[in-house]
Write a protein of this length. Sequence first.
Length: 365
Amino acid sequence: MEKVKVALGSNSYDIFIGPGLLSDSELIGRHIEKKSVFIISNKSVADRYLDQLLLSLSGWDFGVYLMPEGEQFKNLRTVEEIASEMLKKGVNRTTTIVALGGGVVGDTAGFVAAVFQRGVPFFQIPTTLLAQVDSSVGGKTAVNHKDGKNMIGAFYQPKTVIVDTNTLNTLPKREISAGLAEIIKHGVLADRSYFEWIEKNYSKVRGLDSEALKYVVAGSCRIKAQIVSEDELETGKRAILNLGHTFGHAIETATDYSEWLHGEAVGAGLVMAADLSFRLGMCGLDDAKRIKALIREAGLPCAPPAFMEADTFLRLMSRDKKVDETGLRFVLVNGGIGDAALLERVPLEKLGETLRAGENLCSGF
């Protein structure tokens, strides 16, 4: 078992990574303050792993809510339904919420924990690669609005994150590819050698090689934990973790959160960010091409949906959370693979070229 610490003072916690941790009743039990838990999951995850978790919670009082599946259900209506079920069950501020599932479950459960009775303890047991390497770590909790992704949310840290890598063995290949988008992102924005390792070993990750999976989960968690530890509330450096997400969130919104997985949208968004970085002289063409090539090899889209025109992107991106009084801001590759920066006042002419490039992204002028 590996352990990664997220150092946040009184909000610090550990991420535990390894096979079989769902059956570690001592590890799970030590993060439950009182003998009362409320589990939030969905049917497909519950069918595979709920009984295993309940066996580890033998002797605890528990309640369960199974969310409908899909990003389109990550909304306030679902939050209200969960809160109603919690009230029926007699949940109070001493109850620990356990998020058992992927990013949609984790984001929603975390937001419920943040707002129910002004805050109850919770922890994450992520079961998708994307959730294990990214969304379960850092305390961002949110639900979607019809006009924008993650528009209603809070920063609320979990008590721990317990990553049982065995849960990846039943994950569809499409979900593995979606997780690779966030893994590639971490290499692009923070660690060139990590990016190069992914270039050489992405097929092992896609093939569910246990050592490769453990390596990328721990590697990505370390990168994100370090950045979050320096900037918990995203007032500065943490914004670089949004590389590819301004474009990606626009794609998800335009497709009603139902056609593209989050990681697929981020994959296309990374290629668009690399293209714009090249056009602005912030990244060489060779590095931009490497980013696009790795996204393609990971089984991810390398361009946005053909129906999305520049005006659609601009309208949707204008609602992005990174917009401030200076207007649209973008996280871009800064000097090459391994570094990123938040750029204000991106020239609209260059942005327009990227938005219109389609399949020709990262191909040069």
